[in-house]
Design a protein. Structure first.
Length: 172
């Protein structure tokens, strides 16, 4: 590297340092750089889960739920390299991002998916919950999970075992 380039780089670094020192406040950067993201290992990238049919009388009190329905998510190309988690553990793993689309989540229940409508009619007072079948932890929706919801990369491809159920959010 020639002397002019070294001088230019040193000047730029001094310029940035001066700007950072001239302000009052704090900037915190938080993020992750991933080598790869998992992909759903299914040709149409769609997983359908039959929740069943239940009588509204079954959901009379807050917190009552339907039976847990098991389902799987087949994944491929998941990260297999270890990285350090917030708790200091180093392991090959990832955090699953479950995103709701049109219907969003139930107000005041960010981890319950809002029920969609069929022929213009939608159930109210219930939401759909997703749990990790292995740990039993509730999977967050529209948010990155914490160390309690980390999925360990066991092999590639891999299959996640999940549970879903309907849960009453208010009394009719």
């Amino acid at each position: 590297m020639n002397k002019v380039t070294k001088t230019a780089i040193a000047g730029l670094l001094a310029l940035f340092a001066g700007n950072a020192a001239a302000t009052d406040g704090e900037i915190v950067f938080d993020g992750e750089i991933l080598k790869s993201a998992c992909e759903i290992n299914d040709s149409d990238k769609k997983i359908e889960v039959a929740l069943g049919h239940y009588n509204a009388e079954q959901f009379r009190n807050i917190g009552e739920r339907s039976p847990k329905i098991p389902f799987t998510i087949p994944l491929v190309n998941c990260p297999m390299t270890g990285w350090e988690h917030d708790n200091g553990n180093v392991e090959a793993s990832f955090r699953l991002w479950l995103e709701t689309r049109d219907n969003g989540t139930v107000p005041n229940f960010p981890n319950l998916a809002k029920v969609g409508s069929f022929a213009g009619i939608a159930a109210t007072g219930v939401g759909i919950r997703i749990d990790d079948a292995e740990s039993g932890n509730i999977m967050p929706l529209n948010a990155m999970g914490n160390d309690n919801t980390v999925i360990r990369s066991r092999r590639n491809p891999m299959v996640l075992s999940m549970l879903t159920s309907s849960l009453t959010t208010y009394q009719p």
